[in-house]
Design a protein around this ligand. Structure first.
Ligand code: ATP
Ligand code: MG
Length: 335
C-alpha cells in the first residue's frame, strides 16, 4: 500500500479530486488515501490556510494529490500554491500537453511536455515601491536551480523516449539572468548528445507554438515564461479542463491540474475532471504503477473518442459524476 495525502481543495476541487480518487481506485492500484484539506474552506473553520495536519501528512507520505486551492485576493495573503512549492522545494513543474481526440481545437497532433522551473524567477516575491509611482520586482535566477530543472528535463526526455529539448529564454534582453539560465541548460545538454537541443526566444516561441506546435517535444523554461506558455499550450489542446500537472522535488511529488478552483461552476457537478484524472495518471507513473497509469489514459481517450459523454466546457451535457463513471467503466473493460 502506498499512502497518498489527498487535499480536496476549494471550489470545484472536491468534485474533481474525488473523481480522480475513484478513477485511480478503479484501476486496483494499492493506494491508501489520507485526506487532509487546505485552503479557504479550512480557513473558515480553523483560521489557517495550511493546517499542521497537512504539513505532517505530506512530510510523512511524500506524495500528495491536490485539488485546486483558492488564495484570497488582497494584501497579506501569500499564494498557498506558491507556499507549498517553496516549502517542499518542488523545483520542477511538469505539464504534459497532448491533443485529445474529440476535442474541438486548432490542432490534433500536439504532444509536448512543459518543464517549468518552480522556485525562483520573478516568483521569488521580492517586490517593493522605490518611491511613489516607481516600483521594482527582482528576478532571481540561480545556477543551482537552472541546472536542476535542465537536468530534470533531459532525464525525463531519456526516460520517456523524447527526442528534443527546447530551452526558452529572453537572453537577448536579460543577458545576465536568462543568460545564466541558458548557459546552464547548454552545459547539461552536452551530457546528453542523444537528445537534440535548441534554444528559442520566448516571444518567437509563442508564435512558433501557435503555428507549428507539432515541432516541439520537451520545453524547459524559467518560472514566469513557463506559467504563460503553459496556459497558451492548454488553449492549443482545448482548454484548462484537460491539462494535468505535477510538482516534483528531490523526494516528493505533489500532483495537481493546471486549472484553478473555478468558483463560477463550483458545487454544480459541471466541472471537467479530466485534467485532475490525468494528473492522477502521472501520480501512478511516479509510484511505479505504469500499467495502471496507461489504463487511466486509455480510458480517458476511449471516452473522448466515443464523444457521447462530455462535460459542458467541451460542448457536451454530461456531469462530473457521469463522465467519471464512464471513465471507470472503460477501465473495467480493460481488465
Ligand atoms: P482560481 O482563482 O482558483 O485560479 P479562477 O476563477 O481563476 O480560479 P480557473 O480555475 O483558473 O478559475 O478557471 C478559469 C475559467 O475556466 C473558469 O471560469 C472556469 O469555469 C473554467 N474552468 C477551469 N477549470 C475547469 C474545469 N476543470 N472544468 C470546467 N471549466 C473549468
Ligand atoms: Mg485562475
Amino acid at each position: 500500500m502506498v499512502k497518498v495525502t489527498l487535499i480536496p481543495g476549494d471550489g470545484i476541487g472536491p468534485e474533481v479530486a474525488y473523481a480522480t480518487r475513484d478513477v485511480i481506485d478503479a484501476t486496483g492500484a494499492q493506494i491508501e488515501w489520507e485526506e487532509v484539506n487546505a485552503g479557504e474552506t479550512v480557513y473558515k473553520e480553523k483560521g489557517t490556510f495550511i493546517p499542521d495536519e497537512l504539513i505532517e501528512s505530506i512530510n510523512k507520505n511524500r506524495i500528495a494529490f491536490k485539488g485546486p486551492i483558492t488564495t484570497p485576493v488582497g494584501k497579506g495573503f501569500k499564494s498557498i500554491n506558491v507556499t507549498l512549492r517553496q516549502k517542499y522545494k518542488t523545483y520542477a513543474n511538469v505539464r504534459p500537453v497532448k491533443s485529445i481526440p474529440g476535442v474541438k481545437s486548432p490542432f490534433n497532433n500536439i504532444d509536448l511536455v512543459i518543464m517549468r522551473e518552480n522556485t525562483e524567477d520573478l516568483y521569488a516575491g521580492i517586490e517593493h515601491e522605490v518611491t511613489e509611482g516607481v516600483t521594482e520586482a527582482i528576478k532571481v535566477i540561480t545556477e543551482e536551480a537552472s541546472t536542476k530543472i535542465a537536468e530534470f528535463a533531459f532525464k525525463y526526455a531519456i526516460e520517456n523516449g523524447r527526442k528534443k529539448v527546447t530551452a526558452v529564454h529572453k537572453a537577448n534582453i536579460m543577458k545576465i539572468t536568462d543568460g545564466l539560465f541558458i548557459r546552464c541548460a547548454r552545459k547539461v545538454a552536452e551530457k546528453y548528445p542523444q537528445i537534440e537541443y535548441e534554444e528559442v526566444i520566448v516571444d518567437n516561441m509563442c508564435m512558433q507554438l501557435v503555428m507549428y506546435p507539432e515541432k516541439y517535444d520537451v520545453l524547459v523554461l524559467p518560472n514566469l515564461y513557463g506559467d504563460i506558455v503553459s496556459d497558451l499550450c492548454a488553449g492549443l489542446v482545448g482548454g484548462l479542463g484537460l491539462v494535468p500537472g505535477a510538482n516534483i522535488g528531490d523526494d516528493i511529488g505533489i500532483f495537481e491540474a493546471v486549472h484553478g478552483s473555478a468558483p463560477d461552476i463550483a458545487g454544480q457537478n459541471l466541472a471537467n475532471p479530466i485534467a485532475c484524472i490525468l494528473s492522477g495518471a502521472m501520480l501512478l507513473d511516479y509510484i511505479g504503477e505504469k500499467e495502471k497509469a496507461q489504463m487511466v489514459r486509455k480510458a480517458v481517450w476511449a471516452v473522448m473518442e466515443e464523444g457521447k459523454v462530455k462535460t459542458r466546457d467541451l460542448g457536451g451535457t454530461a456531469s462530473t459524476k457521469e463522465i467519471t463513471a464512464e471513465i471507470c467503466r472503460q477501465i473495467s473493460l480493460q481488465k
